[in-house]
Each structure stands twice: as C-alpha cells, then as structure tokens.
Design a protein around this ligand. Sequence first.
Ligand SMILES: Nc1ncnc2c1ncn2[C@@H]1O[C@H](COP(=O)(O)OP(=O)(O)OP(=O)(O)O)[C@@H](O)[C@H]1O
Length: 368
Amino acid sequence: MTAAIETEALGRRFGPVAALDGVDLTVPHGTVLCLLGHNGAGKSTLVDVLTTLTRPTSGRARVAGYDVAAEPHRVRRRIGVTGQFAALDDRLTPRATLVLLARLHGLGRRAAQSRADELLELFGLGEVAARALRACSGGTRRRLDLAAGLTGRPEVVVLDEPTAGLDPVSRLALWDVVRELARDGAAVLLTTQDLAEADRLADTIAVLRRGRIVASGTPGELKARVGSRAVTVRPADLAGAERALRAGGLVPAPDPARGTLTVAAASSRQVGDVLRALDAAAIDPGELTLSEPGLDEVYLALATPDTPDPGVPNRDASDRGVPDPGASDRGTPDPGASDRGVPDRGVPGPAMPNRGMPERGVAGRGAA
Ligand SMILES: Nc1ncnc2c1ncn2[C@@H]1O[C@H](COP(=O)(O)OP(=O)(O)OP(=O)(O)O)[C@@H](O)[C@H]1O
C-alpha cells in the first residue's frame, strides 16, 4: 500500500522565493507527522500544496494515492478539509452544521446525525450543540471548523497549526482527536510551533527550514541527534571546578548567576569523567543533575532560520562540544541559498494562493 502522503523533490516558488525547495516526505497511514519550522519556513505552503490550494512548481506530491496537480478533485474528496462553516448560515447550530456536512458527504439522515453527535462529543461541543452559530465564541467556532473537516472520515488529515489560539482544555481534547484519527488509520500531517504538541503527538517530526527538510525522525531520534545529555554541577568553588574540568579535557559551560557548570555528556562514561576530574582536584560537585535533551534544543539547533545551513560546518555546536546536528546532512550544497535574503512576501508570485477561500480552507489559522 502506498503511503497516504508522499512528496518527491517538491518545490513551490513565488517569483524568486523558493517557499518549498525539494521536499521529500512520506506519511504512512495510521501515523502523525508534525512539521516544525520557523516563520516563513514554508509550512503553510506545503499544506496549501497538499490540499490543492496551490500547485507545486516542481516535483510531485501524492495524497491518498492521487497526484495533487493532476487529480486535485480526487485528492479533495479524501482529505480532511475545513473552513466550510464560514460559508454556512450563521443561524444554524453546530449540530445542524455537522449533520448538513455529513449529508453532503453522502451519509443517510440517521448516519449523519450519529456522525454529528460523535464529533460534537469528540470536540467537547455537546453543550453548545443547539446554540445558533452566531452566538458561539471564537474558540467554539474553531473547534467546529476542525470537526467539520472530519465529517467524511477522511483518510488524510492536514492541519495547519490546529491548536493555535485554543485554550488548554481544547488543546488537550484536540490532541486526543488527532491520536484517535491515527489509531483509526488516518494519516495526519500537522504544522505546529508548539514543541510540546510535536513531542506528544508525532510519530515523526520533520523540521522545515527555508523550504527544505533539514531533519526528520521520531522525537527521540531528533533529541538524541542534537544532543546530548548534560551534567550540571553546583560546586562551592566555581572557578576551581571549571579549571579542574578543563584539565580533565572537558568543556564546561559556566553559569555564574546560578553557580553551576554544565558539561555535555553523550555517554555515561562522560558523566564519570566529570566526577573523576572534580575528584582529582578534591572538589565536591555539590548538587549534580543529569538532563536529557528536549525538543526545544532540537528546534534551536535545527529549525531557526539563523542556524548555519546543514551544508556549512556548525561552529557553534562543535565549540560547545556537543554532536553537530548538521553532520549527517553535509555534503549537499544548498540550492536555495541564493534565494535567501529576499524579503518575505515582497514579490507577488505567479499564482497567489487564496488562503481565505472558505470552501477549501484547511483547519487552523484564521478559522476562529
Ligand atoms: N503568495 C505568496 N507570495 C509571495 N511569497 C509567498 C507567498 N506565500 C508564501 N510566500 C513566501 O514563501 C515563504 C514560505 O511561507 P509560508 O507561509 O509557507 O511559511 P510558514 O512556515 O507557514 O510561516 P508562518 O509560520 O509564519 O506561517 C515565505 O518566504 C513567504 O514570504
């Protein structure tokens, strides 16, 4: 069985700007791929291409087995698309809205009602199910927007920052929905700026930077790739401890405000090295903590636009003595480099995507 989403050397240019620059992605059924990236990395453009809102200018993308450029109608029938409620009568209730949409997806009256009730419950909309839409809050409309995209039980769901602006309870509820969708066999691609969200939800995280995937893997793999557990000690004699660690061949990072020294320690042997170096100088480590790398480190090392390109030696990382996140990507010249520095959205592209199209908007931004 082919993957639910497959892209191959996918590119989308807007005039001189390469919003997507050779993106290769695979999202199998039953899995969640979280796309992380800085502002302007190309996340929305990728979502727009996959949901047929904009056409690629190079490469290919297949969604649910259909090419997005050659068979956009077939793709649209199989993806979780939201935004429909914007075009509906504001006097309708959330329940009536969902029933109507389910019927438009070909369900009979009974089946449509039960699908609507299922979604109302899933999105915690039970209490407002019978309230007119015009009297519903922005958050409620947002959740309804997401629910509306699922009325047809899509096999591929693409969510652009689905939890941005949701309150914490709604956010957790949406995470449950996403996991449930994947358990039921759907492929979910979601973009997020929320690292906790990616950590909790993703089977795979892909890091997009300036239109290119610079790293992908499970959350655990990415964390292991940038890092680096660290040992932090809080000795009484900070300067003496720093000298002792350096004498032991280690590279401590002092934090005088906290009175701590931190040393990257990829293996347990290196944890021992820290203790031995201090012991050799008869220095008590004081408090000792061992910390695991987090996704925030992954983000800082890989996703921020100022990070050196994967094709360029990463001086910062090697200076800190931590493994270089770009190491495995080396050797690939960066064809997008010449596009850089072009002001964002300054140049109108050949075909401006209509992000606001109510009948084909994708879950997420601006829906509230
Ligand atoms: N219609 C357009 N015309 C010109 N440039 C565009 C257009 N749409 C996107 N771009 C440019 O393409 C690049 C990628 O933009 P995109 O919106 O996909 O990024 P993003 O990762 O979604 O960012 P954000 O998190 O800020 O929404 C940016 O440089 C952006 O300015």
